[in-house]
Design a protein. Structure first.
Length: 504
């Protein structure tokens, strides 16, 4: 039988098999306190300092449901076009959790708060693919295990393990799709697009920052293959806790190739969990996957059922924001950009910052130009996201205002942005400290132009002879003399005036 690293080509895999996917996305809610107790959820605290008898599972302690967590779950369900349960319960999911002190997880099983919905996602070429939603249910996160020693950071080979229960009990919403069929060769792309769209939706709802790199949103990729023409699903694998959009796509693609290699050689797929490796784009075996009955679910006896009133549900529905896909299509039309350009803006995570910059007074073209150009480059070089840069949309809007008024040209504006990012103050303060305003004194400009003409007689003669393009050399000389602080267009006008040549 083939090993887990043996693969067939992606094309050969799709020629013989149809992929079927199921995506389970865990979203960490941005509540101030945990799901069943009053402990803080703030990041960065000393290990085990944000715990209490309830989230530590001490005998006699009783949980109380976080109302904001329930509200967030309903908002997510409504935004996913789900039905909202009139009555639902929590359940105990029993499993050996070394990082869950109760040794069971309070979750929902057969009675989720939201069920039977869908999310439309747009692929790179504009095609819209509908992903059906099985359910969205409430649960709590586990603690964090840190395995010390060994080469992999995993428990195998570690010398000892440390447990931090600060995260235990943080509210989670798990969103589970129905089997995704019919995507064919585009299955990995659909997986990525779905998680990306879901992330945008969660952020728009304001229930979580959904930052995958911080573990606030993570995806389990379930995948199986069916021989062409078959009707019965194959055995699935579940790649756990994939934490970037690119990795979701790579994990799905790798598993398609791996499954095809095993099946084509006469082997059998084992139902198991697998780990994704960012460095190689591959997966390795974790543990044999349990079925639902192995978790011995039973209703949580310490929590009353949740029965949201229809009035409350409709009130939350009325307050939902515009769907991200509809919003992007509206903005694309308003901004006059192509579908490809809008996809690039989405991929860069720049939509909200551009909108905020426009709201602060910039025109759409200028806002896009600076966020997708200079600032995107700076973010990429520093390994940060755009929203983590130390410049605000209002400050970018001020830079565009200074350019529009003629106080700055693009070269100087880049230096202003560089200064703001370096912590030198506001755009106006950077302009003042660095002396970056455009030279608008006609006398000073005229003197610089006269000097450039006198120093380059050959070039001046070409311009007089009709070669207007040669004026670029004199413009460059003036810009150098003024340290880039002249208005290049005005400099060119002065040069042509001096030499008695018209632009046309």
């Amino acid at each position: 039988m083939t090993t887990t690293t043996d693969l067939v080509s992606y094309e050969d895999a799709l020629a013989s098999y149809d992929p079927v996917m199921g995506l389970e996305v865990h979203v960490e809610l941005g509540t101030r306190t945990k799901m069943f107790c009053g402990c803080s959820t703030e990041l960065g605290a000393e290990p085990n300092s944000q715990t209490c008898p309830t989230c530590l599972g001490m005998p006699g302690s009783l949980p109380v449901v976080n109302a904001t967590g329930v509200e967030s779950a309903i908002k997510i369900g409504l935004a996913l076009h789900c039905e909202i349960a009139e009555w639902c319960r929590f359940a105990r999911k029993n499993y050996f959790y070394p990082d869950m002190p109760k040794n069971f997880q309070t979750s929902q099983y057969d009675e989720p708060i939201a069920f039977n919905g869908y999310l439309d996602v747009q692929l790179e070429d504009g095609e819209v693919f509908r992903v059906e939603i099985e359910r969205a249910h409430m649960e709590e996160d586990t603690g964090k295990s840190t395995h010390v020693g060994g080469a992999t950071g995993r428990i195998h080979g570690a010398l000892h393990s440390l447990l931090d229960y600060n995260r235990a009990g943080i509210p989670l919403i798990e969103i589970v799709t129905k089997p995704i069929e019919g995507a064919g060769e585009r299955a990995p792309e659909v997986a990525r697009a779905y998680v990306a769209e879901l992330r945008e939706l969660i952020k728009a709802l304001g229930v979580s920052e959904a930052r995958m790199e911080m573990g606030q949103m993570r995806c389990d990729v379930n995948l199986s293959l069916m021989p062409k023409g078959a009707e019965k699903f194959g055995t699935r694998s579940e790649t756990k806790n994939v934490n970037s959009l690119r990795s979701v796509e790579r994990a799905a693609r790798f598993e398609i190739q791996r499954h095809a290699a095993v099946l084509s050689s006469g082997g059998t797929i084992i139902q198991e969990t697998r780990h994704f490796h960012e460095d190689t784009g591959s997966t390795t075996s974790g543990r044999v996957k349990e079925e639902a009955e192995d978790y011995r679910y039973f209703p949580e006896p310490d929590l009353v059922p949740v029965a949201p009133s229809r009035e409350w549900v409709e009130e939350l529905r009325a307050g939902l924001p515009e769907q991200p896909l509809a919003r992007r299509n509206r903005l694309r039309e308003e901004w006059g950009v192509s579908a490809h350009d809008m996809q690039s803006i989405l991929n860069a995570g720049a939509i909200d910052t551009i909108v905020a910059t426009i709201e602060a007074g910039a025109d759409a073209a200028s806002a896009r130009k600076w966020w997708m150009g200079e600032l995107a480059r700076s973010a990429n070089e520093s390994g940060k996201s755009l929203e983590d840069l130390s410049i605000t949309p209002a400050q970018v809007a001020r830079v565009t205002e200074l350019v529009s008024s003629g106080d700055l040209n693009d070269k100087l504006a880049r230096q202003v942005i560089e200064g703001v990012l370096a912590g030198e103050g506001t755009p106006d303060e950077v302009v003042e400290k660095r002396g970056l305003k455009v030279v608008s004194d006609e006398g000073a400009l005229t003197a610089a132009v006269d000097e450039a003409i006198a120093g380059n007689p050959g070039v001046a003669e070409k311009i007089r002879g009709g070669k207007v393009a040669a004026a670029g050399a004199l413009v460059g000389a003036v810009m150098k003399a003024t340290r880039g602080q002249a208005d290049a267009a005005r400099v060119k006008e002065l040069i042509l005036e001096k030499l008695g040549v018209s632009e046309g």
